[in-house]
Design a binder for this molecule. Structure first.
Ligand code: T3D
Length: 265
């Protein structure tokens, strides 16, 4: 399947949907059209049973430079844009779509990820980055705070000291250090990046999709749950998964000393 959705491209192959942010001349920064196209694509891919893993990446040399600032140019005599409305209409729903996607989402960070572009990557389930890529909390350079979940992920993933440094100073964090700091899953050499992304996506697309969805939900719930509540959630979820076809297949494959063939249910 190949579909051009204005400023994004979607390609489906072997259960993997690759969604490419495609405004390379503006480093794939977001405008309303790209937000709308991405939202429509994610909703469609969420419901497509053929799709068992998603990859979000960028065209050209960048992953995403956040908000398209040419849409924010101050106009003499005009009131400034209400950024709260933009967050409410676009960025917060995008974060929710990625977090709530009932299949794994990989951010394949091919180049610089700045502003909301960095934090959209962090909203995905696994972040794999090319060694030449970097993450920039660019917001303070233009008088804003980290949005698209940034003020939530950074202290949780890095601790206050590193989160504060990145947010206040807006310095690029190279992919290699992002991996060392535990901000992302993996940093790989540029020449190995496409193959590493493909291998990771294909592995996830042939895995137990329902279990992956429940793993996402459980780890997200753990951020706000007590141990007691989490133990109850594990009991209830394991009960559901224990009745799934993939669990039967996984156990049968283990006992039969063969690779499992998960159907995703
Ligand atoms: O507004 C709201 O709705 C609220 C939500 C806000 C969310 C946000 O994301 S706010 C943060 C917005 N993003 C930024 O502040 C990052 C701005 N970009 C940069 O700092 C740099 O471009 C990079 C560090 C990302 C890359 O630097 P470099 O030197 O590799 O490239 P460059 O030369 O700066 O950019 C290349 C072109 O892309 C250039 O255009 P030109 O001169 O070739 O015609 C540049 O203007 C354009 N570009 C890069 N980022 C943006 C952009 N154009 C519009 N908006 C951008 N964000």
């Amino acid at each position: 399947m190949q579909a051009a959705e204005t400023s994004i491209e979607v390609n489906l192959e072997a259960g993997v949907a690759t969604v490419t942010l495609n405004r390379p001349q503006r480093l794939n920064s977001f405008n309303p059209a790209m937000h709308q196209a991405l939202a429509a694509a994610l909703d469609r891919l969420r419901d497509d049973v053929e799709v068992r893993a998603l990859v979000l990446t960028g065209a050209g040399r960048a992953f995403c430079a956040g908000q398209d600032l040419s849409d924010r140019a101050p106009e003499p005599g005009q009131p400034p844009a209400d950024l709260g409305l933009s967050i409410e209409a676009y960025y917060a729903p995008l974060v929710r779509r990625l977090r709530d996607m009932p299949k794994p989402v990989i951010a394949a960070v091919n180049g610089v990820a700045a502003g909301a572009g960095a934090n959209i990557a962090l909203a995905c389930d696994l972040v794999i980055a090319a060694r030449s890529a970097s993450f920039i909390q660019a917001f303070s350079k233009i008088g804003l705070l980290p949005d698209a979940g940034g003020s939530y992920w950074l202290p949780r993933l890095l601790g206050q000291a590193r989160a504060m440094g990145l947010a206040l100073l807006a310095e690029p964090l190279p992919a290699e250090r992002a991996e060392q700091w535990g901000l992302i899953w993996r940093c790989v050499d540029d020449e190995d990046f496409p193959a590493a992304v493909r291998q990771l996506a294909e592995q996830l697309a042939s895995g137990p999709t329902l279990a992956y969805a429940r793993i996402k939900q459980a780890l997200q719930a753990a951020e706000g749950n007590s141990l007691e509540r989490q133990l109850q959630l594990e009991r209830d979820t394991q009960r559901e998964l224990g009745f799934s076809a993939d669990y039967r297949e996984g156990v049968a494959a283990f006992l039969g000393k063969r690779p499992p063939r998960f159907g995703g249910r």
